[in-house]
Design a protein around this ligand. Structure first.
Ligand code: ADP
Ligand code: ZN
Length: 216
């Protein structure tokens, strides 16, 4: 089973992909995480994409497709995967189809997580994560039990993404509307698209996604 989690920045793709990975055995493939890892490692790709990402613009298709295509060949992807943040343009979707075809694989379902715009901006602008274990927090919606200490690992260093500021969020929402939203009709025409309500509680969203992928 291979699925795509699709939706605007802040819709909860990353949160749900991690939950599904933990209890379904499918691997999360997040191009955003891969790019952030490239930046952190100081690699050539990382240096090239650093400013583009911080501004909230999309990285070029060629770079992202090459990265994803290499990752999909790793043995842990044999059990199936959850794409999170890819594809984001029609060129990426077409490249993905071609890539999978060559491996006799396919995307079984594209889960669209619908969320209203005000909620997105609120969710993104307050979020941060543990620098040690990656657990996610939010200034309003999910503070750690003890202020400044990670619930999961006791870590005391937290990170905020360079692109989680008001200006970049606006650019990311525009990029979603202009470059990514055209994928909705692409997958609808191919009978792959299923929508879930991303405004529901996280547990509820997880249940909905699991229910729809069972039928895919
Ligand atoms: P979000 O969905 O919350 O915006 P991501 O972590 O998925 O966060 O992506 C963050 C940034 O990484 C994007 O704004 C973009 O610059 C870059 N990026 C991630 N995936 C892609 C992709 N498939 N194509 C182009 N750029 C990408
Ligand atoms: Zn932690």
């Amino acid at each position: 089973m291979n699925i795509v989690l699709f939706g605007p920045p802040g819709c909860g793709k990353g949160t749900q992909a991690k939950r599904l990975q933990a209890n379904t055995g499918l691997v999360q493939l997040s191009t955003g995480d891969m790019l952030r890892a490239a930046i952190a490692s100081g690699s050539e790709i990382g240096n090239r994409v650093k400013d583009i990402m911080a501004e909230g613009k999309l990285v070029d298709d060629e770079t992202v497709i090459a990265m994803l295509s290499e990752r999909i060949d790793a043995p842990d992807c044999d059990k199936g995967f959850i794409l999170d943040g890819f594809p984001r343009t029609l060129a990426q979707a077409e490249a993905l189809d071609a890539l999978l075809k060559g491996k006799e694989l396919e995307i079984n379902a594209v889960v669209e997580m619908t969320v209203n715009d005000e909620a997105l901006i609120e969710r993104i602008s307050g979020r941060y994560s543990c620098g040690n274990c990656g657990a996610g927090y939010h200034d309003t919606f999910k503070k750690p039990e003890t202020e400044g200490v990670c619930d999961e690992c006791g870590g005391k260093d937290f990170d905020r993404r360079a692109d989680d500021n008001a200006d970049s969020v606006r650019i990311r929402l525009d990029a979603y509307r202009n470059q990514s939203a055209p994928l909705l009709p692409y997958y609808r025409e191919r009978g792959k698209l299923i929508a879930v309500n991303g405004m529901a509680e996280m547990d509820e969203v997880e249940k909905e996604i699991k229910a729809v992928i069972k039928t895919a």
